[in-house]
Structures are given as structure tokens and as C-alpha cells.
Design a protein around this ligand. Structure first.
Ligand SMILES: Cc1ncc(COP(=O)(O)O)c(C=O)c1O
Length: 440
């Protein structure tokens, strides 16, 4: 059974003729019969071309934190658009937005805007290399930092057998088209295993420019860091002079207003932000401190972008962060997410299915398997076929998480108690049907 109604199918045909595979980002393609075309969003819902309404837990892959079309953000953006978005000079809205971001990220001593998370991590790595004069970057398996060549290794699409032994991990190239020599600059390690990171630092600490880490494993089941992991990374970087980069593109302005740095109380040298920073409008930021600020101030480490800090993006960021700073939206997100996670665990126990909700309430996943996984290699036992079956049934019934369990369910402040109740009812039905193998 296709997820597309008649009008959505017609629009997908048009999309297919106009865009390669009908999409502008490969993660949106779910196959010719199941790729949905959206007309618009409203609060915690999206509506497709047939007028079918879904409770939305994809939320644009995470940016929507206040709700689709949140009025104060829309008003700020309309105002900024009519003032003209781009100038070849710093503009008022950009300064106002930066001040709000700095208020939220109290550890930061300087920042610049970019447009996407990919751009932010690319610049963060260049800044770390420029300041330290070193080349090697450590990243963790299952983590995603955007699509630039330096980080497209051992992301969550990697087959476990491609990662090598955990004691001598092999960087698995996540895309064709990356020059082979780039591999020599990356070390990929299992997340949450500090001993292995210590070993790499012992062997080649004086060549390591940076450790880049998603503080929670936000692109693979959302696993949380074990006690001491982030603190241990901080110590290793301090001892060796490497930069600690927190890639907070998913966690920033979501698990706390000040992101993971605030939530876990560990301060990075560089933090990268996007997604929830602009409630859906394309805006990203790099925040930093100490000698990294000086690195950019002095010049010589290139950072540029025609659209960086544009008025529309800045207005969206200012309006979003202003609301987040009240504390109310994220308190709501946490409450909704917690109810969903607890409800999901209850359902799994009721239907006697091994599994659990994993991660932080603002961005959690569901693991269908035994044990308590804490890193990407532990997820081999996850039953992805069953998970996909459950989620496609849920989408058919009007509740839309991402069908790939690696990608978290995102929660926004506009999700209602009714949304939670309906979601859990639909989850219960869908899990039971999938387990019994009933036809869709
Ligand atoms: C942790 C993380 N970093 C970077 C990126 C790349 O951001 P963008 O898609 O805005 O380029 C993503 C995207 O999902 C991400 O999850």
C-alpha cells in the first residue's frame, strides 16, 4: 500500500520530473510510492497534498522547536524580508541575533553566523587546524557532521563489518567522490569509549587538531554520553592542545537553550549550531572562545559566506532564541518527550517486545532489540525491518516519525497532550499489527 494519496502521487510525479528522484536532499527519498509531498505545516502537524494531516515528529529533521509557522518567528521574518535580506555589510538584525545567541551560550567569547550545519562544521574544523597547526581530526562512529569531505566517514549508514575491529577501527567512506588521501586525516572511534580515545592521543596526540563530537549520538539512536565521556574528551584536548568541537547542530537550542554544553556542564572550544536555532529557517552559527577567537580575529584562516548573517536568517534566530530564553518552550518539549518515551516503553512491555526508547526526551529514538546499547556498534541487533514496518503503519494512521530508527523522533513545544495520546494509541496498534504480521 502506498503512502501517497491521489493528489500527492500526482505532485510526486511532477517532483520526479523536476528534481532528481523528486527531492533536494537524499534523505527525503522514501521510494517512488512512499515519498510524500507536503503542502504546509501547522504547529506540531504537517499536511500533505491530499489534505491528510500527520502529527510530525520529523520536524524538518530537527529544526522546528517552537512549532511550524510559529507566529512571532514568521512576523520577524516577514519584516526582515521586506527590509531586504542581504547587504555587503554587517546589519542591525545580525547584531541583535548574535547578542541573543551569546546570551544563550554563556561560555562563548565570539561567534559568526553561517547558513547550514555543514558549513559550520567545515569552518570549525578549519579553524581548529589553522590555530593548532595540526591536521588530524577524531570523529565517532555513527555520528554525522554534514556532507563535506572531511567528515563523511563511518556515519550511521556504515555497515558494521566495514568499521574494522573496535581496537583498530577503519574509517568507512560514506560517499563516493571523496579523494582517498582525505582518509589519512581522520580517525574514527566508537562513541562512549574513552579508553580508545586515550590510546589514539597517546600514539599521536601532537598531530591531533580536534575532536569533533555530537554530545549525544544524535544521528544513531540518540544515545546519551556515559558518565565521564565528555569530561574525558575535555581533559584529553586540554592536555594535548587539541580543540574540542561540540557539534550541536541537533542538540543546540533543543536539549537545553545553551545546548549540550549547558546540559552536561562541559565547555567546548568550538560549538556548531543550526537546526533549532532558526525554527526552520536556514541559519547556523559557530561559537568559540580563547585562542580560537584570536585565530579568526587576526585573519589568515578563511571564513566567508555571501548569505551568512542575512537579515531573514538573523530575524528568525533572534525571534526563536528570544522565546527559548524564557525557558517555557523547552520545558514543554521535555514534558512531551518524556511522556512519549515512557509511553513507548510501556507499550513495548505490554506487547512483550524487546526494546526501549533511547536518548533525550527532546530527540529520542526507539531501539528494537535486546540489551542496553550505548554506541553505534551495539545496534547490530536492532530489528530495522520491524521498526520500518511499525513506522510505515503509523504514518498511514497519521503519525509521522522518520522510518529510519537512527534518526530521532523530534519533539516541539507545539505538540499537544492530544498528540501524545493519539501517538501512543497508534504506536500500540501498529506494533501489535506488525508483530502479528497483519497486512497493511
Ligand atoms: C549533528 C549534525 N551536524 C551537522 C549536520 C549538517 O547540517 P546541515 O544539514 O544543515 O548541513 C547535521 C544534519 O543533520 C547534523 O545532524
Amino acid at each position: 500500500m502506498s503512502l501517497q494519496g491521489a493528489k500527492t502521487a500526482e505532485w510526486f510525479d511532477r517532483a520526479y520530473a523536476a528534481l532528481i528522484n523528486g527531492v533536494s536532499s537524499q534523505f527525503r527519498y522514501w521510494g517512488d510510492d512512499d515519498t510524500i509531498v507536503i503542502d504546509h505545516g501547522e504547529a506540531g502537524h504537517v499536511i500533505d497534498m491530499d489534505g491528510k494531516r500527520y502529527i510530525d515528529y520529523q520536524l524538518g529533521f530537527g529544526p522546528i522547536i517552537l512549532g511550524h509557522g510559529e507566529p512571532s518567528v514568521v512576523a520577524a521574518v516577514v519584516d526582515a524580508a521586506s527590509a531586504g535580506p542581504s547587504f555587503a555589510m554587517t546589519q542591525r538584525r545580525e547584531i541583535e541575533a548574535a547578542e541573543k545567541v551569546r546570551e544563550a551560550l554563556s561560555w562563548a567569547e565570539g561567534m559568526r553566523f553561517t547558513n547550514t550545519g555543514t558549513e559550520a562544521t567545515m569552518h570549525a574544523i578549519r579553524l581548529a587546524r589553522g590555530v593548532t597547526g595540526r591536521d588530524i581530526v577524531i570523529k565517532f562512529e555513527g555520528q554525522y557532521h554534514g556532507v563535506h569531505d572531511y567528515v563523511m566517514f563511518s556515519t550511521a549508514g556504515a555497515p558494521p563489518e566495514g568499521l574494522g575491529s573496535r581496537f583498530r577501527p577503519v574509517p568507512w567512506q560514506s560517499s563516493s567522490g571523496i579523494p582517498d588521501s582525505i582518509r589519512t586525516y581522520i580517525r574514527t572511534l566508537p562513541y562512549n569509549d574513552l579508553e580508545l580515545v586515550q590510546k589514539v592521543f597517546r600514539n599521536e596526540g601532537n598531530r591531533i587538531a580536534a575532536v569533533i563530537v555530537e554530545p549525544t549520538l544524535g544521528n544513531a539512536f540518540g544515545f546519551m554520553p556515559v558518565d565521564g565521556f565528555l569530561e574525558g574528551l575535555r581533559d584529553l584536548c586540554d592536555e594535548s592542545g587539541a580543540a574540542l568541537i561540540f557539534d550541536e547542530v541537533k542538540t543546540g537550542f533543543r536539549i537545553a537553550t545553551g545546548g549540550a554544553a549547558e546540559y552536561f556542564g562541559v565547555v567546548p572550544d568550538i560549538g556548531t549550531y543550526a537546526k533549532a536555532l532558526g525554527n526552520g529557517f536556514p541559519v547556523a552559527a559557530i561559537a568559540t572562545r580563547g585562542e580560537m577567537v584570536e585565530g579568526w580575529r587576526k585573519g589568515g584562516i578563511a571564513q566567508a559566506g555571501t548569505y551568512s548573517g542575512n537579515g531573514v536568517a538573523a530575524a528568525a534566530a533572534k525571534a526563536t532564541v528570544e522565546q527559548l530564553l524564557t525557558g517555557e518552550p523547552l520545558a514543554r518539549v521535555e514534558k512531551v518527550g518524556r511522556s512519549l518515551m515512557e509511553g513507548i516503553d510501556r507499550v513495548l512491555s505490554d506487547v512483550s517486545l524487546e526494546g526501549m526508547a533511547t536518548g533525550h526526551p527532546a530527540m529520542f529514538s526507539i531501539y528494537f532489540g535486546e540489551g542496553t546499547p550505548k554506541e553505534f556498534r551495539d545496534t547490530k541487533g536492532h530489528d530495522s525491518e520491524l521498526y520500518e514496518d511499525v513506522i510505515f503503519r503509523m504514518i498511514g494512521k497519521g503519525v509521522m516519525p522518520c522510518p529510519d530508527a537512527l534518526e530521532p523522533w523530534f519533539v516541539c513545544a507545539a505538540h499537544t497532550d492530544e498528540d501524545v495520546a493519539k501517538t501512543l494509541e497508534v504506536f500500540q496498534e501498529s506494533v501489535s499489527e506488525a508483530r502479528d504480521g497483519s497486512t497493511k
